[in-house]
Design a protein around this ligand. Structure first.
Ligand code: SF4
Length: 361
């Protein structure tokens, strides 16, 4: 007999690795009352283990060139309609200066897989940023060689975002031609070994994805013991082979966010830009079901609209005042710290000791 929603939720809250079939049962829930129960349970878990603060991470999308050809992404190399740009190190530095002045404690330097920036160029930039500002630096540059990551880590980079995208190796290979899930996971493990805080994540609603694969995504993130988990809906992008596919569902994505919080209570989880793009309440809803991070786009406005991974994100209103009002309106507080994963893990361990829970994972 199939486990009920209530039994699946109770088992998932036990602290041990959740069972795949229980996660599927919870992802299947469509009854509003059950979904609300799941969301409020995830919200309480977030509150208990990582607190009330929301961390703002300013994203600088410094190059939209990419040598890969992912079927879902507007930056893919075969998209000849996209106006390509690269920011110079000086332009990136200026954006970092503005971020520091605006009060950001973390900046995210993001690009397509662009070989134009050498490890030395980026390392030099990281040294300069670190020398001038008290900022945590997160990188999101895709798959690189071991030595490349090492050079950036030694220069002072703190964190690295590299989503596994989907746990299904065949779907992965189909959507990301010329690459493999295995190699992606090797990158994640290597980054962890080098001491980066590592963020992974997936897309919800990819063509050909089942709920079982979504459950496996969550379990994979737990197995990898990642520090940040970005869960966002698939959004079809024009000028890509998937332009006519259906968009990922808002509520299914929120359920995946909530379950990610339950499975990885210590994790930093963003209310993703993609959720805000498919629904203007999306980011607030994610903050209400487990998320504790917002990533405002601080790319120079004249370039922002060309970073078209998917359409519509450039029209999100990412002003800090607006986002601070959103956070405060929910009774939460904008963090004045860097919101490191280490802090989260310490809080988590302290809390479970207080609660007398014996399982530490
Ligand atoms: S998803 Fe990443 S690697 Fe793939 S085309 Fe887009 S920017 Fe390039």
């Amino acid at each position: 007999m199939r486990t009920s929603f209530k039994a699946a939720l109770e088992k998932t809250l036990e602290g041990i690795t959740p069972a795949r079939e229980d996660l599927v049962t919870l992802l299947e829930a469509t009854d509003p009352e059950e979904m609300n129960t799941l969301f409020s349970t995830a919200d309480a878990t977030r509150q208990r283990y990582v607190g009330n603060e929301v961390h703002f991470r300013g994203i600088i999308e410094f190059s939209n060139h990419c040598l890969q050809n992912c079927l879902y992404c507007g930056l893919r190399r075969d998209n000849k309609k996209l106006r390509r740009y690269r920011m110079t190190p000086e332009q990136i530095m200026k954006a970092c200066d503005q971020a520091a002045t605006a009060g950001f404690k973390t900046i995210v330097l993001q690009s397509g897989e662009d070989t134009n920036y050498s490890a030395d160029t980026l390392a030099d930039l990281i040294w300069r940023i670190k020398g001038k500002h008290d900022l945590a630096i997160t990188l999101s540059l895709g798959e690189k060689q071991v030595g490349f990551y090492q050079c950036l880590r030694e220069a002072g980079a703190d964190r690295y975002l590299i989503k596994h995208e989907t746990k299904d190796p065949e779907l992965f290979a189909r959507l990301r031609p010329g690459t493999s899930l295995e190699k992606r996971l090797d990158c994640i493990k290597e980054l962890k070994k080098q001491g980066f805080e590592v963020g992974s994540g997936n897309m919800v609603g990819l063509p050909g994805q089942s709920l079982d694969v979504l459950a496996q995504d969550i379990l994979l993130m737990r197995e990898l013991d990642i520090d940040m988990a970005g869960v966002g809906p698939f959004i079809p992008s024009e000028h890509t082979p998937l332009k006519n596919s259906s968009q990922g569902d808002l509520y299914l994505t929120l359920k995946a966010v909530a379950l990610t919080r339950l499975a990885l209570p210590w994790c930093n989880i963003p209310a993703t830009t993609a959720l805000g793009t498919i629904d203007n309440r999306g980011r607030a809803m994610a903050l209400g079901c487990g998320a504790n991070v917002i990533m405002p786009n601080i790319t120079p406005p004249e370039l922002r609209r060309h970073y078209q991974i998917y359409p519509g994100k450039e029209s999100l209103f990412d002003g800090q005042e607006n986002l601070s009002a959103l956070v405060q309106g929910m009774g939460r507080k904008v963090s004045s710290g860097k919101g490191s994963a280490l802090e989260n893990r310490l809080n988590y361990r302290t809390q479970i000791r207080k609660e007398g829970v014996s399982i530490v994972f």
